[in-house]
Write a protein that binds this ligand. Structure first.
Ligand SMILES: [Zn+2]
Length: 64
């Protein structure tokens, strides 16, 4: 039996999914937000949506 293997290029980018708002395909090398429901969004849309990034929020509090 021959195992089918996906090409694994560790340094190459791959598509993680479409942005839930603009439907733009997101790649792992760009900044994106993953939600608990497995949907994803680009940072641009996420910021436009008015949400705060939880980890950014934490960082900001760290600097206070
Ligand atoms: Zn987007």
């Amino acid at each position: 039996m021959i195992k089918k293997q996906w090409k694994k290029n560790q340094n190459s980018e791959h598509i993680v999914g479409p942005c839930k708002w603009c439907q733009e395909e997101l790649v792992n090398t760009q900044a994106f937000v993953a939600f608990v429901d497995k949907s994803k969004a680009c940072i641009k849309c996420y910021r436009k949506s008015g949400h705060m990034l939880p980890f950014w929020d934490k960082e900001n509090k760290f600097n206070e």
